[in-house]
Design a binder for this molecule. Structure first.
Ligand code: TRP
Length: 462
């Protein structure tokens, strides 16, 4: 085990896993999904899904990883179910695809940090020309991939864990200061109302329900074996249940707080007219620079720079987790040195990401050739749609595997290490029920609904 590396402490594991979870998904995507999904109704469903569906998937992933001390493909082989390693294969593919475009957006975030500290607030109005400036965004994407590769090459405790221990507390302080600040702006309350008072008529909308589950899966880094991998570095003496609960709370908490920061800023920008909220990628990259501009040149630079630095930090602890998955696979199964595995995988992933990089304006083809029912036609959106459904499908397979193939008793034995009272606990009853019935049914059904909606424009929920 020591040759693979491991987390040096419980808090190190929790912060690293929370670092994986907290990312662009929370700060960039969550607020605009809320706006697209109809405000507070989306938030409500999101919270329910996170605790009753996602938390059990997380526990299962961590337990499989810790039991086998392997990457997501090796883990299924190790348990004696070679056929089921298809879950790991799909997972690693999915992780590679996610990182290929995630790194591009992370590069934008970092690029905006540079623009903000240079006082170039106008960049929001020309977001399209920013993303088509291939020299700039290409450069930022390279920088970001390089930083990710550097951390991962330093290993689990010396790289990933250390980074999380520094960046996660920093991130909390930064985001809380931004919340406090945004509450001081005019119309802040209008924003908060939009965010927190649900419009119940939106509860049956497919964008609300399917979107909330997709978002919860993505945000918690579930369904592709990232947490199998992190679990494989976790000590047998740690309590998987309480650790997973903390990670879920942490992630949901940060997403929630990110909304509290964002909607007052948006309300301020719209003069309180929340009906005019525009969702989509632009919520952060288009709207916010305008907000920072109105703060004047000094304060704008500070607050704006702060915000995009925060976003870059959050992204970095996520990109390292995405890169770690294929790296652990290559290290375990092909006995390749970690540093070499990192170089190979980051290069491959960067190359796979080129269509996403140039598909935001620079290349006409990759920007427009992939017409999707939602109205987008760029390559990156397509890959995002594919990976979203792969994650839900992966989650469905993982819980079904644990409940019916590996069996709940074996799962319980693994969880009991580090939590001796588990077998008699209420958590066990809830977990068993969730992974045997609730998760397979809801994930299976919503998987079909989201596939029909995303790829065929068919809306079953009306
Ligand atoms: N959860 C991260 C976010 O919210 C993204 C991420 C990192 C991820 N690792 C993952 C998503 C693994 C799915 C699977 O930004």
């Amino acid at each position: 085990m020591s040759s693979r590396g491991n987390f040096s402490s419980r808090i190190g594991f929790i912060l690293a896993a929370a670092g994986s979870a907290v990312g662009l998904g929370n700060i960039w995507k969550f607020p605009f999904e809320v706006a697209d999904g109809g405000g507070a109704a989306f938030v409500l469903i999101y919270l329910i899904f996170a605790f009753i569906l996602c938390f059990p998937v997380m526990v299962t992933e961590v337990a499989i990883g810790r039991k086998t001390e392997k990457n997501p493909i090796g883990a299924f082989n190790d348990l004696g179910f070679k056929k089921w390693n298809i879950i790991g294969k799909l997972g690693i593919l999915c992780g590679v695809l996610i990182l290929s475009f995630y790194n591009v957006v992370a590069g934008w975030a970092f690029g905006y940090f540079i623009e903000m500290i240079a006082g170039n607030f106008g960049v929001g109005k020309v977001f399209g020309s920013f993303t088509s400036d291939i020299i700039k965004v290409g450069g930022y994407a390279i920088v970001f991939m390089f930083a990710t590769a550097f951390i991962v090459s330093r290993g689990v405790s010396g790289g990933i864990e250390k980074l999380a221990k520094i960046l996660m507390p920093t991130l909390i302080i930064m985001i809380l200061s931004l919340v406090v600040y945004s509450f001081t702006l005019p119309n802040a309350l209008e924003g908060v109302k939009y965010y927190l008072v649900p419009d119940l008529s939106k509860l049956t909308n497919v964008n609300t329900i399917g979107g909330a589950l997709r978002q919860a899966f993505f945000s918690l880094s579930l369904g592709m074996g990232a947490l199998i991998t992190y679990g494989s570095y976790l000590s047998k003496s740690e309590n998987i249940i309480s650790s997973s609960a903390l990670i879920t709370l942490f992630d949901v908490g940060i997403a929630f707080i990110a909304g509290l920061m964002m909607f007052p800023l948006v309300a301020y920008n719209l003069g309180g007219e929340m009906n005019d909220v525009q969702g989509g990628a632009g919520l952060i990259f288009v709207t916010l620079p305008g907000v920072f501009e109105t703060l004047g040149s000094t304060l704008g630079v500070v607050v704006g720079g702060f915000f995009f630095l925060l976003l870059s930090f959050a992204a970095l602890t996520s990109t390292v987790s995405l890169l770690e998955v294929p790296v652990s696979y290559v290290v375990d199964e092909y006995k390749v040195r970690r540093s070499r595995a990192v170089v190979i995988m980051s290069l491959v992933i960067f190359i796979i990401g080129i269509p996403s990089l140039i598909g935001n304006g620079y290349s006409d083809f990759f920007s427009n050739a992939f017409a999707l029912p939602g109205g987008s036609s760029d390559f990156m959106t397509l890959v995002g749609y594919i990976t979203d459904v792969l994650l839900m499908f992966g989650g469905f397979l993982i819980v079904s595997f644990a409940a019916y193939v590996w069996k709940k008793e074996n799962l319980a034995i693994e969880i009991s290490q580090g939590y001796p009272g588990f077998k008699e606990s209420f958590v066990k009853k809830f977990l068993d029920f969730s992974i045997s019935y609730l998760c397979p049914v809801v994930l299976g059904v919503l998987f079909i609904i989201v596939v029909l909606n995303n790829f065929f424009g068919i809306n079953l929920l009306g």
